[in-house]
Design a protein around this ligand. Sequence first.
Ligand code: PHE
Length: 344
Amino acid sequence: MKEEIERLLAEVVDLKCRTQKEVEEARVRLLGKKGEITRLFEEFRALDKDGKREFGRALNELKNSAQNKIGELKESVGGDSVSDGPKADLSMPGDPLELGSRHPVSIVRQEIVDIFRKFGYDVAEGPEIEDDYHVFEALNFPQNHPARDMQDTFFISAGHPNPLLLRTHTSSVQVRAMESMKLPIRVICPGRVFRNEAISARAHCIFHQVEGLYIDEGVTFADLKQAILLFAREMFGPETEIRMRPSYFPFTEPSAEVDVSCNICHGKGCNICKGTGWLEILGCGMVDPNVLEASGIDSKKYTGFAFGMGLERIAMLKWRVNDLRHYFENDMRFLKEFDTAVEV
Ligand code: PHE
């Protein structure tokens, strides 16, 4: 019995395990129902008084140290993985870092900004919370004029002579540009705008625009047409044609809506252009003299043109997205479709 106890004690002291599974196996081997220490206790029970006195203490010490050792190993050994030394395959490729991608509206905005930068336009930005003056009054929307209904507005402080509101177009930034920049002015104003509309596949209460303004001596409608044509060809391809239809905006006179030839069916008619061969992309016109004068610009000396387009609409045409709401829901399945690498 003495040798057995000593052998097992030495084994307990030297016991090493690398996994929880090995710890459990050692526990069963030593302390389990049929374990070696348990067996010694059974033999011990059969000893006479002298035998019991001789081995009792040593046997108890053996049991305690085995229990302590197993307890310590249980704490120190990690899960079921191998803990001592690198046994993993270090040459295995790691999990790739998931890079985000640009939002389709950002991609389109960047493309438009890049095109107009090439034409010599500066980029101007302004506040999303604006006052009535910069969104309407300075743009020739007289108080109570029905044209204000064209742009359903979220008011923040109604009842004030110049209430605060969420801007309904970025033309307000053009007003600020006219107030503060030296002539000639050539700016584009990208930004988020808000209109009180019911959300549907074709309308949303938040969307994005890029508006542009050019004011100098002798600017004519021909310049406007040329600028839009060059832009459309850069944006939609060199074969693109444009067509202008008369329209109305309070701040431009004359005003027009611009269609580009459908680059999907090349004018033959398809379901994207609804069989017409044309797609509407922007509104434009010659800046109304009243608008120039309101910002202190001499309308006898200077003329200018302005234009504005909705980015979601252009992105819809570009990628044939059929529901505006996708742009705002941040569904990863949608956003991943535009997996262009982020340029830094
Ligand atoms: N501000 C107009 C809109 O939001 C667009 C526009 C800008 C039209 C400039 C003509 C000239 O609908």
